[in-house]
Design a protein around this ligand. Structure first.
Ligand SMILES: *[C@@H]1O[C@H](CO)[C@@H](O)[C@H](O)[C@H]1NC(C)=O
Ligand SMILES: *[C@@H]1O[C@H](CO)[C@@H](O)[C@H](O)[C@H]1NC(C)=O
Ligand SMILES: *[C@@H]1O[C@H](CO)[C@@H](O)[C@H](O)[C@H]1NC(C)=O
Ligand SMILES: *[C@@H]1O[C@H](CO)[C@@H](O)[C@H](O)[C@H]1NC(C)=O
Ligand SMILES: [Cu+2]
Length: 586
């Protein structure tokens, strides 16, 4: 036991490491070194099919929440020499650049992590990665459960065995009273019923503290840091961006990655990977640094949601799948330009102990790893997409006070089964609506790290970017999660920012003549302005942003009457090439 003085309060905090010393995880610890076999990535194989739940839902289940917190705390305390420790599993993503489970660097590869970005393998590689994390987390929860006595033991053992990693649905609007970056990630301590009785422990979701013998010279200090800039408004944008990504019938390759391939025509510029980038950059700190992000526990909640969106897409479009392509991004196990397809190995994740790797084709069904997503399991994908993420135009209630003010955002909160809905899109016209999306192309890997593009339609503080997420005349933003190692090859990526609801609020306020393609086009020509800011806050001039191209595209979308059918997107028209007009270097 030790005490933690925090803001004048004395919390009784127990260090889980000393209470429950790490033991060898049954069956898998250092087996590779001892027996010449490989670690099997299997997910949780004991017991029944498990449900991955939204973190707020998990929190409402007291026993599951208890075993999650205690299991995660213990997992983080496992010695970094163990290949199934939190430290080593996080290190697979990036730094330190060392081999995991004896899987080495390819001959023409640069030192890097194993993670696949700017790649069609992005969804499936991370699916295997999460399964490895999940099996270790649950093993640790089970070890904690074994230490209870009496009736508690059975109860907590069952909760531990049924535990699966939760997801954070950042595309659902925060419930009333909750911060846009949830408090459960930032609370200093949490209450648990441990095998030694009720106590407060330090919150395992707060960050990661490196142990003395765990190599971490690549970061300042010995703890992960964050710099969250989530707001109610950018949470709304994330919801719209997710809706356009899931409803617009994209090919698998276009959906899976932000990498701009030769066959990317005029369709929705958003993708699963691009959406995912924005959450990394909005969380900030180590989460915005590709080779260090996985040490932040929030990485795992974020990526579980990314895997869930992948599963929703698969359920909505079961026929669509990965088509052979030359990869844009590179990793420690393949170089840029390597051709990959659905039979390519996903290194370093072994399917069998004799060294066979997982491939994408074997990971189409989440049940392979013994889990399903609880909300997707209880309804069809179209219904889930429509009910959780669509703005229903007919429910829009225009507040009277926003008229005349350019910057006022409209929003009327209604609690909807734990989710709060903000209804902002224009009413339907003959069952149709027009979606407006800012489409951004940029040579992201020449930017030497993550950066954010901001779009404005009025004045803002041009000197200091630190508060731009809260600027009243912000139309939208997108954070690109990019590696700090520059690449010599062309590496264009793209992303979309949904701007339909903000344009609608501007038209209600009288700033747009009308919400037609002509009206929007002329408004944007007059007012739109953009800036790029690096993760460390430097405002970049246009000439320093390689390959940047920003335009606004529009598509007419037919909204079906019933919730079990997905919308039908029309062709994408280019309304306005922003970078051909105004920019800050004029
Ligand atoms: C070591 O390998 C042998 C032969 O394949 C196997 O029977 C045994 O279970 C393995 N031991 C461990 C600890 O994995
Ligand atoms: C845990 O912390 C809360 C809030 O400070 C406090 O009220 C409670 O008494 C603590 N419980 C234990 C068992 O230390
Ligand atoms: C990235 O780093 C390279 C090499 O250090 C430098 O030449 C280039 O200007 C940098 N790019 C940006 C956008 O700062
Ligand atoms: C919409 O506004 C634009 C720009 O002011 C104008 O050119 C166009 O005629 C308007 N269209 C309609 C249908 O009112
Ligand atoms: Cu990520």
């Amino acid at each position: 036991m030790f005490s933690l003085r925090q803001a004048g309060l004395l919390f009784a905090v127990t260090n889980i490491a000393s209470a429950f010393p790490a033991q060898a995880l049954p069956g898998i610890q250092r087996r590779q070194a001892e027996n010449g076999t490989f670690i099997e990535t299997k997910g949780v194989t004991d017991g029944q099919l498990g449900f991955r739940k939204e973190i707020h839902e998990l929190q409402r289940d007291a026993d599951a929440w208890n075993m999650y917190l205690l299991g995660l705390s213990r997992f983080k305390d496992v010695d970094g020499l163990d290949p199934t420790s939190f430290y080593q599993i996080a290190a697979i993503h990036g730094q330190p650049y060392v081999a995991w489970d004896n899987v080495g660097q390819c001959d023409d590869c640069q030192p890097a992590g194993y993670c696949t970005h700017q790649s069609t393998l992005f969804p499936t590689w991370h699916r295997a990665y999460l399964a490895l994390f999940e099996q270790s987390l649950v093993n640790n929860a089970i070890i904690v459960a074994e230490q209870y006595t009496g009736e508690d033991r059975d109860r907590y053992m069952q909760a531990a065995q049924n535990l699966r990693i939760p997801f954070w649905d950042w595309a659902a609007l925060p419930a009333e009273g909750e911060n846009p970056f949830p408090q459960m990630f930032t609370d200093e301590s949490v209450f648990v019923n441990s095998p030694n009785g009720p106590m407060n422990i330090s919150n395992p979701l707060l960050g990661y503290t490196f142990k003395e013998d765990e190599e971490h010279s690549f970061i300042d200090g010995d703890q992960t840091q964050r710099k969250p800039t989530f707001t109610q408004d950018n949470r709304k944008q994330l919801r719209s961006d997710l809706w356009t990504t899931l409803s617009s019938d994209q090919t698998y390759n276009a959906f899976s990655t932000e990498a701009l391939a030769a066959d990317n025509g005029d369709f929705n510029p958003s993708s699963l990977e691009a959406l995912h980038d924005n959450i990394h950059v909005l969380t900030g700190g180590h989460m915005a640094i590709v080779p260090q992000a996985a040490y932040d526990p929030v990485f795992w909640l974020h990526h579980t949601n990314v895997d869930r969106i992948f599963a929703i897409y698969q359920a909505a479009y079961p026929e669509k799948w990965l088509v052979e392509t030359a990869e844009v991004g590179s990793t420690m196990w393949y170089s840029s330009g390597t051709v990959k397809d659905s039979t390519s190995e996903l290194q370093p994740f072994h399917q069998t102990s004799d060294g066979e790797y997982w491939i994408s084709d074997n990971l189409r069904d989440t049940k392979t790893f013994n889990y399903v997503y609880s909300d997707l399991n209880s309804q069809g994908a179209p219904q889930l997409i429509n009910s959780l993420y669509a703005d229903q135009g007919q429910n829009f209630q225009a507040g009277s006070d926003e008229k005349g003010s350019l910057s006022k955002r409209v929003g009327d909160a209604d609690s909807l089964g734990g989710y709060v809905d903000n209804l902002l899109n224009p009413p339907l016209l003959n069952g149709k609506t027009t979606e407006y999306i800012a489409s951004i192309e940029v040579d992201a890997m020449r930017m030497n790290g993550s950066f954010t593009l901001f779009l404005f339609d009025g004045s803002f503080n041009e000197e200091d970017a630190s508060n731009w997420q809260c600027e009243e005349n912000l139309i939208g933003s997108h954070g690109f999660f990019a590696s700090p190692t520059p690449m010599e090859t062309d590496s264009k990526v793209r992303a979309g920012i949904s701007i339909t609801s903000i344009l609608f609020s501007r038209s209600l306020a009288g700033f747009l003549d009308n919400l037609t393609n002509g009206g929007v086009s002329s408004y944007l020509k007059d007012r739109i302005d953009w800036r790029v800011v690096t993760a460390d806050g430097c405002i970049k001039e246009a000439k320093d942003v390689p390959g940047l191209h920003v335009k606004v595209v529009a598509s007419e979308v037919e909204i079906p009457d019933d919730k079990n059918t997905l919308p039908k997107w029309g062709a994408f028209d280019i309304l306005h090439e922003i970078t051909d007009g105004k920019n800050q270097c004029a």
